[in-house]
Write a protein that binds this ligand. Structure first.
Ligand code: ADP
Ligand code: MG
Length: 713
C-alpha cells in the first residue's frame, strides 16, 4: 500500500487479502480509511511479562517462554483437550485449549520455538498452572504486534481474527494517519486543548500509554458532541427565526395571573372564560408542578416566536392534563391542535380522554390512525382540512402526505423518545404558519443530561405526582420464589384484578424477545393459570392482533397479559394491579421504572415483583433501588452511579445520531464543553460559511441526513 491512499481497498492492505476483505466488508470496512475508523472496543495491557513462577491464578497475563511439548487428551463425550507446555527459567505453564482440534496442529509446528501468549491464568489438575484459551504466537526475530504492548481489541465478525485486524490497523495508521484532514481548525483545538485528529487516531490504535489513549478518545468524543450540539443549536435558531403564532391568551392571563399568585391559578374564581373552561375540562385540581409548567407553556404561546418546548414528567405525573391546557389555549384562539402518539393504543386512549374533556366545551376531537377504513379516513382528512376538527389525535398517520390542516396552531408529541427528530419536525410542517410544538416524555434522564440531549428544546419538568397515589409496592424475588409469587398473583386475580407478566428485554432482537414471551405465555396458559384467560402481546404480532388483545385486556376479558416491553408506553388499565417482571436484571433500571408505571393507576394498592437471580451483589443492589424509590429521576441517577454508561440512554431512543465514541453519560463534561464551543462557533459564524468550518458543516449536514432515517422503534 502506498502512502496517502485512504481509499485503498482493504484487500490490498498488508496481511489482509481477499478472504479477510470479505469478512471486513461485513463490518462495513471497505477501504483503508474505514480501517482507521474501526476503533478498538477495549485494550489489554500486555506490557508486563512476569516470569512463570510469578503468575497468579485468576489474573490475565502475558507469558513468554519456550514451547517444549504438545499433548492431546480425549475426555468423556468426545471432548478434546490440547495442551502446549511452555517453560522459562522459573517454571512451567500449560496453554490449554478445549475442543480446538486445529490447535494441536498449529502448536506442533512451533515446538522448540520461543512463544508469547496472553490469557487467563488458572490452576488446573494437581495445581498445575494453565493459560485458558489464550492467544499466542511464535516470536520470530524478537518482534511481536500482539504482545508486550498495550494491545487493542477490536470488534470482530465470525472468521475474522484480532491479529488480522491489528496488523491492518497498524499498517494503515503508519501509512495514512497523516493524510487524515482534521475538521477542527487549529484555533478551536488550541482553545479547547485538544490534540490533532492524526495523533488521536494513532493513539487509539497504537496507544503509547493508557493516558494518551484516554486523551485521544476524549478528542474524538468532543468532535462528535460538537457536531451534535451545532446541529441542535442550528435547529433551535432556525425554528425561532420563523414567524410563529401569538396566541391570544395574553388578555385573560395578564388580568388574572398578575393579580393572583401562581399557586391558586386554577383554584380561585377568575372571571375569564378560559378559567371556567379549565375547570369544566378537568375533573381535578392541577398539582403545583402542573400549574407551573402550564404557565411556562402559555408564556411561550403568547409570543410570536414558535414554541419548542419539552415537558419531562415521570410516569403518571399528569402530562395529558398539561397538554390539554396548551390545546385549550390554541383552540380558544381559533387554531387547531394535533396530538401525535407512538402507538394506536395510546392514540385511542388520548382520543377518549381529550374527547371527554373537550366535548362539554363544544370542541370537536377527531381520531386519525392507520386502522381507519378509507371512508373513515377520508372523513377525518376532510375535517382536518376544513377546520371542523379542532383537535386531531393520531399516530404517524398524522404526518402522512395528504393530511392537511386549515389552521394548525399547536402540535403536541407524546412520548417523544419513541419518535425520531424528523417526525417531530414533520408534524410542524403541517401548519401553514409555523405552529408551536410541545413534546412530552417520561424517559427519566438525569437533569444534568437534559441539555446535552435536548439542546434544541426549552425544558419544563413536572416534578410532582398528583396527590393520593399509593406507591407501588415493589419486591425483588428469586426464581426459586416463583411459586409463591404466582400464588400472590392468583389471590389478586381472585379479587377480580388483572396482572401483567413482562419478559426480558433482549436488545436489538425483537424476535428473541417475542420468543421468550411466547414461551412464557405457553407455560402460564397451560399450567399455572390455565383456568384464567391469558393474553399475549409482542412486537412481532400484527397490528390487529395487538389491538384485539389490548382491547380484551381493557374489557377484562383477558385477566393475565404476557407482554414484552411493547407495553412500556402509555397503556392505562387501572384494574391491573400487579406486574411480574421476569429476568428483571436484564433491564435497565429506568426501563423497569417505566414498565412498573403500568400499574398503580387506580385507587387500589398495586404491586411490582422483580424476578431475578442476580449474579453480583451490585446487580442485587441495583434492583433494590427500585424497591426503595419511586422517583424516575432518582432512579436514573442511581443507575448512572452504579452502572456508569450502560443502557440508561439508548441513543436510538432519542432519535439522536449514533455516537461512535462519545458516551452521553460518561462524557458529560465533554458534552458541556462542546455545547459552549458550538455556541461560540455559531456566534462567530452562524451559517458555518467560513472556509475553516467547511468540514464541520459537512459533518453536521451528514448527521442531519442520518437523522432523517431514524424511525419509530
Ligand atoms: P402521564 O404523565 O404518565 O402521561 P397521565 O396524564 O396519563 O400521566 O395521568 C395519569 C393519571 O393521573 C390519569 O389518570 C390522570 O387523570 C390523573 N391526573 C393527572 N393530573 C392529576 C391531578 N392534578 N390530580 C389528580 N389526578 C390527576
Ligand atoms: Mg402519558
Amino acid at each position: 500500500m502506498s502512502r496517502g491512499q485512504l481509499d485503498t481497498e482493504v484487500q490490498f492492505i498488508k496481511g489482509v487479502g481477499p478472504k479477510n476483505a470479505m469478512l471486513l466488508k461485513r463490518l462495513g470496512i471497505e477501504t483503508a480509511g474505514d480501517v482507521l475508523w474501526h476503533l478498538p472496543r477495549r485494550y489489554e495491557d500486555r506490557r508486563d511479562i512476569p516470569q512463570i513462577m510469578f503468575l497468579r491464578p485468576g489474573h490475565s497475563s502475558t507469558v513468554k517462554g519456550r514451547l517444549v511439548d504438545v499433548r492431546s487428551k480425549t475426555l468423556g463425550r468426545g471432548r478434546v483437550v490440547v495442551q502446549g507446555v511452555v517453560e522459562d527459567k522459573t517454571g512451567v505453564v500449560n496453554m490449554t485449549f478445549f475442543n480446538q482440534g486445529y490447535a494441536a496442529k498449529h502448536l506442533q509446528k512451533a515446538i522448540g520455538q520461543d512463544i508469547v501468549a496472553y490469557g487467563q491464568v488458572r490452576e488446573g489438575y494437581r495445581s498445575q498452572l494453565e493459560l485458558h484459551n489464550c492467544e499466542w504466537e511464535a516470536i520470530e526475530g524478537g518482534e511481536t504486534d500482539d504482545f508486550a504492548r498495550i494491545v487493542p481489541v477490536y470488534p470482530l465478525t465470525e472468521g475474522l481474527t484480532q491479529r488480522v485486524v491489528r496488523r491492518a490497523a497498524k499498517a494503515v495508521v503508519l501509512a495514512c494517519a497523516q493524510d487524515v484532514i482534521d475538521p477542527l481548525p487549529n484555533d478551536l483545538r488550541r482553545v479547547e486543548g485538544l490534540p490533532s485528529l492524526e495523533w488521536s487516531l494513532r493513539q487509539m490504535h497504537l496507544p503509547d500509554t493508557m493516558d494518551d489513549q484516554t486523551k485521544a478518545r476524549g478528542r474524538l468524543a468532543f468532535e462528535e458532541f460538537l457536531y451534535l450540539q451545532i446541529g441542535l443549536q442550528l435547529r433551535r435558531n432556525e425554528v425561532k427565526q420563523e414567524p410563529g403564532i401569538a396566541f391570544s391568551t395574553t388578555n385573560w392571563r395578564k388580568s388574572d395571573v398578575a393579580a393572583e399568585s401562581l399557586s391558586n391559578l386554577f383554584t380561585s374564581s377568575p372571571s375569564s372564560d378560559i378559567w371556567t373552561d379549565v375547570r369544566t375540562m378537568l375533573p381535578f385540581v392541577l398539582t403545583n408542578a402542573q400549574k407551573r409548567v402550564v404557565a411556562e407553556i402559555w408564556t411561550d404561546m403568547e409570543t410570536p416566536i414558535p414554541m419548542n418546548r419539552l415537558v419531562q414528567g415521570d410516569v403518571g405525573s399528569g402530562k395529558t392534563a398539561v397538554a390539554a391546557c396548551a390545546i385549550l389555549a390554541a383552540v380558544r384562539s381559533q387554531h387547531q391542535a394535533a396530538m401525535m402518539a407512538p402507538t394506536e393504543i395510546l392514540a385511542e386512549q388520548h382520543y377518549i380522554n381529550l374527547h371527554r374533556m373537550f366535548e362539554p366545551l363544544g370542541v370537536n376531537v377527531t381520531l386519525l390512525i392507520g386502522k381507519l377504513n378509507s371512508t373513515q379516513r377520508k372523513k377525518a382528512y376532510a375535517k382536518a382540512a376544513n377546520g371542523e376538527a379542532h383537535i386531531v389525535v393520531g399516530t404517524h398517520a398524522l404526518i402522512q402526505e395528504g393530511v392537511e390542516f386549515l389552521r394548525l396552531g399547536l402540535a403536541v408529541i407524546d412520548e417523544q423518545h419513541r419518535f425520531g427528530v424528523r417526525q417531530r419536525l414533520a408534524l410542524r410542517t403541517k401548519g401553514k404558519v409555523m405552529p408551536d410544538v410541545l413534546v412530552m416524555t417520561a424517559t427519566p434522564i438525569p437533569r444534568t443530561l437534559t441539555m446535552a440531549v435536548y439542546g434544541d428544546l426549552d425544558v419544563s419538568v413536572i416534578d410532582e405526582l398528583p396527590p393520593g397515589r399509593r406507591p407501588i409496592k415493589t419486591h425483588v424475588k428469586r426464581t426459586s420464589d416463583r411459586k409463591q409469587v404466582y400464588e400472590t398473583v392468583r389471590t389478586l386475580l381472585e379479587e377480580g384484578r388483572q396482572a401483567y407478566f413482562v419478559c426480558p428485554l433482549i436488545f436489538d432482537n425483537e424476535k428473541m424477545q417475542a420468543q421468550a414471551a411466547e414461551d412464557l405465555y405457553y407455560r402460564l396458559s397451560n399450567e399455572e393459570f390455565k383456568d384464567q384467560s391469558v393474553g399475549l402481546l409482542h412486537g412481532q404480532m400484527k397490528p390487529q392482533e395487538k389491538e384485539d388483545v389490548m382491547q380484551a385486556f381493557l374489557n377484562n376479558t383477558v385477566s393475565v397479559l404476557v407482554a414484552t416491553t411493547v407495553i412500556e408506553v402509555g397503556v392505562d388499565v387501572p384494574n391491573a394491579t400487579i406486574m411480574v417482571i421476569e429476568d428483571a436484571d436484564r433491564f435497565g433500571l429506568a426501563q423497569l421504572h417505566q414498565l412498573r408505571g403500568r400499574v398503580g393507576r387506580g385507587q387500589a394498592q398495586s404491586y411490582c415483583v422483580l424476578i431475578a437471580d442476580p449474579k453480583s451483589s451490585e446487580a442485587q443492589q441495583r434492583l433494590q433501588i427500585l424497591a426503595q424509590s419511586h422517583d424516575g429521576f432518582v432512579i436514573a441517577e442511581e443507575d448512572l452511579k452504579l452502572r456508569g454508561p450502560g443502557d440508561l440512554i439508548g441513543t436510538q431512543q432519542h432519535g439522536l445520531p449514533d455516537l461512535r465514541v462519545a458516551d452521553l453519560v460518561r462524557d458529560l463534561t465533554l458534552a458541556e464543553q462542546a455545547r459552549k464551543s458550538a455556541q461560540t462557533l455559531l456566534e462567530k459564524d452562524p451559517g458555518l460559511s467560513l472556509p475553516d468550518h467547511a468540514l464541520i458543516k459537512k459533518a453536521v449536514l451528514a448527521q442531519r441526513k442520518e437523522e432523517a432515517l431514524v424511525s419509530v422503534s
